[in-house]
Structures are given as structure tokens and as C-alpha cells.
Design a protein around this ligand. Structure first.
Ligand SMILES: NC(=O)c1ccc[n+]([C@@H]2O[C@H](COP(=O)([O-])OP(=O)(O)OC[C@H]3O[C@@H](n4cnc5c(N)ncnc54)[C@H](OP(=O)(O)O)[C@@H]3O)[C@@H](O)[C@H]2O)c1
Length: 320
């Protein structure tokens, strides 16, 4: 008989209120997978985008009329309880952190490809490490892989106080770059404390008129126009999303321009996670958790996330 577990379940697209905390089948482990007992999660904008099936084109991947994957949740940290036949680098008992865009993490157990998680560094806890995977990988991939950021370069990070942004400041500093952070004035001290060299408060100075020059412009908020990137940067990376018309306008202009502007979807990669773990171990990267909820309050945590006002990360700790 198949074992069961507790999990959040969605059977249609909608807001956090459609989620039900129910019995579900404990996932089976495929040859390249590991089964992880979830001890902590964090929430990301991706969780509510996928939950609502918005923007609509996301339904091509996540199910046209109803969700293909019934259990939501991207980020997790926990303990490996079983490994697939092909997995050699992880074993039962390992403390791991990782992410899976197909979901499944808002559950007692999640089965994921072994290469989408990494061993937690010594001295770290599950709650902080559950906050790292998607936001940290996105920041790392935006700056280092797609942005090709180099030592002594200047980088402008638009949307610097949220999950991705607060990691991006610290990773850029660890790369030896000079960082200008764009956030609301209430978060100016926060981003300075993370290492930002300069701060632009977007509620005091219009970023669309800002005439500073940077080697790299990274937009985690998603409100910069193609003209903004060209005016301020030598290269640009689009991370965030505001509205479909805005995104289409930037991508259309990008198609007819030689300006090097990258857009990407973050990948779950064990090597990137190990790199983030090593930065945490060396105290070059720290996680700011603004609020921690229990698993029962995951819908409330998702509603908070939807406000797009999160400072750092929101964590979930499983009570058993
Ligand atoms: N491309 C990818 O693969 C990928 C991966 C992960 C995330 N994302 C996207 O990246 C975006 C950010 O994700 P996140 O996890 O960092 O979200 P988050 O934690 O919810 O961050 C929201 C932040 O946005 C800031 N913000 C709001 N309005 C702003 C404005 N007008 N100008 C500048 N900053 C503003 C807020 O700061 P203040 O309160 O200081 O205004 C807040 O700190 C989302 O759109 C998400 O979907 C993309």
C-alpha cells in the first residue's frame, strides 16, 4: 500500500485561499531523484504566479486549463531519506537545500532530481538555507552567468531589497564589483548594511531619469524599459516581471537592438547551490528573514509575498 503524507493541494488555478492541507500520496523516487523530508521552505513570487496560472503563457508549462502539478512549493531544505539507483553523491541522512519549479515542496516529503539540491554547509540551519535556492540561484546566475560581472566593474541592481536583490548585492560585492542599489527609501539602510556602495531611493529619484553609467544593469523588479537599460548600462539582465505588455515591449525592442540584454529563467543547478553554500560558509552571504511562518500558514505567507514588499525572504518552518 502506498504511504501517505500531509501536503498542500491545488486542483484549480486561483489565489492562496484555494489551497487545502490534505493527505496525499508520498512521492516515489525515480532513479535520478532523492526523497527529502522537508523541514523548511521559503516562498517566492514564482509560487503565486504558478498558483494563479499567471501570466497566462505560464499555463503552457504548468497546465492549460488546470494545474498539471498538484502540490505547490519551490524552495525546500530538509533531510534525504531515500536515493534513486543512479544517485551516488548524496545519501540518506544528508542535510540538503534545493528548488524544483515543478513544485512539490509544500509537503512533508518532496522527490526531486538529485542535481537540483546540494548539501547544507556546516553550521547553517534549515530555515535560513530554505531561503537560498531560487532567489540565490537567480541572483548568482543573473550576475555571474548572464551578466558576466567582473572584478572592479560597476553594477546597478534595481529592486535590491527583496529576495533576489538582497542576495544580488552581496554576491556582486563578493565578485569585487561596486554596487548601486535601487529600493524604496525605507530600505536604504538595509541595502547599505548588505554592502551597497550607493543607494537610489526610487520614491525620491525617478530611476527612469537617472543618468548614472554602469557596466551592468540587473533589474529584479522588472519595470525598466529598454531605453533605461541602454541609457544606464553597457550590458543588462532582465530578472523580474511586472506586466505582460511591459515585458513584451522590452523584448520586442531587444529583438531589434544590438544592446546586450539577457533574459533567462533560473535553473536548479547543484554547482550553483554549492557556490552559494560556500559563500554562506565564508560569511560573504547572509540570509535576511523578515518573517517565519509554520506550514499551516503557507497560504498567508503567499499572500504576503504577493504584496511585492518583502524585505529579504519569508521562511516556513515545519512543526511536527
Ligand atoms: N528570471 C527568473 O528566473 C526569476 C527567478 C526568481 C524571481 N524572478 C522574478 O524576480 C522578481 C523579484 O523576485 P524576488 O524574489 O526578489 O521578489 P520579492 O522578494 O517579492 O521582492 C520584491 C521587492 O521588490 C521591490 N520593489 C517593489 N517595487 C519596486 C520598484 N518600483 N522599484 C524597485 N524595487 C521595487 C520591493 O522593495 P521596496 O519595498 O524597497 O520597494 C521588494 O523588496 C519577481 O518578479 C520574480 O518573479 C525571476
Amino acid at each position: 500500500m502506498q504511504e501517505s503524507m500531509k501536503a498542500f493541494i491545488k486542483t484549480r488555478y486561483g489565489g492562496p485561499e484555494i489551497l487545502r492541507f490534505e493527505e496525499a500520496a508520498k512521492p516515489s523516487v525515480k532513479a535520478d531523484d532523492v526523497l527529502v523530508e522537508v523541514i523548511a521552505n521559503s516562498v517566492n513570487p514564482a509560487d503565486w504566479h504558478i498558483l494563479r496560472g499567471k501570466p497566462l503563457f505560464a499555463r503552457l508549462s504548468y497546465g492549460l486549463f488546470k494545474p498539471k502539478y498538484k502540490i505547490p512549493g519551490t524552495d525546500f531544505a530538509g533531510v534525504v531519506v531515500e536515493t534513486g539507483n543512479n544517485v551516488t553523491h548524496l545519501k540518506a541522512g544528508d542535510r540538503v537545500f534545493g528548488h524544483h519549479l515543478k513544485g512539490g515542496a509544500f509537503a512533508e516529503y518532496v522527490s526531486v532530481p538529485a542535481n537540483s539540491c546540494a548539501v547544507m554547509p556546516a553550521g547553517t540551519n534549515y530555515t535560513e538555507m530554505a531561503c537560498v535556492p531560487l532567489a540565490g540561484s537567480t541572483a548568482y546566475q543573473a550576475l555571474v552567468i548572464h551578466g558576466q560581472l567582473r572584478r572592479n566593474e560597476t553594477v546597478l541592481i534595481n529592486g535590491a531589497s527583496g529576495g533576489v536583490g538582497h542576495f544580488a548585492i552581496q554576491i556582486a560585492k563578493a565578485c569585487g564589483a561596486k554596487v548601486t542599489a535601487v529600493c524604496s527609501s525605507k530600505n536604504a539602510d538595509f541595502v547599505t548594511g548588505l554592502g551597497a556602495d550607493k543607494v537610489i531611493a526610487y520614491d525620491k529619484e525617478d530611476i527612469h531619469q537617472h543618468d548614472g553609467q554602469y557596466d551592468l544593469v540587473v533589474d529584479t523588479n522588472g519595470n525598466l524599459s529598454h531605453a533605461d537599460y541602454k541609457r544606464m548600462g553597457k550590458r543588462g539582465v532582465i530578472v523580474g516581471f511586472t506586466t505582460m505588455p511591459h515585458m513584451m515591449s522590452v523584448l520586442l525592442r531587444k529583438a531589434f537592438s544590438r544592446f546586450p540584454l539577457a533574459q533567462f529563467t533560473a535553473e536548479a543547478d547543484a554547482m550553483d547551490l554549492e557556490m552559494l553554500g560556500s559563500l554562506i560558509h565564508k560569511n560573504k552571504l547572509r540570509v535576511h528573514i523578515t518573517q517565519t511562518y509554520s506550514q499551516h500558514d503557507i497560504p498567508e505567507a503567499l499572500s504576503y509575498m504577493e504584496t511585492m514588499r518583502t524585505k529579504g525572504k519569508i521562511a516556513i518552518r515545519w512543526l511536527r
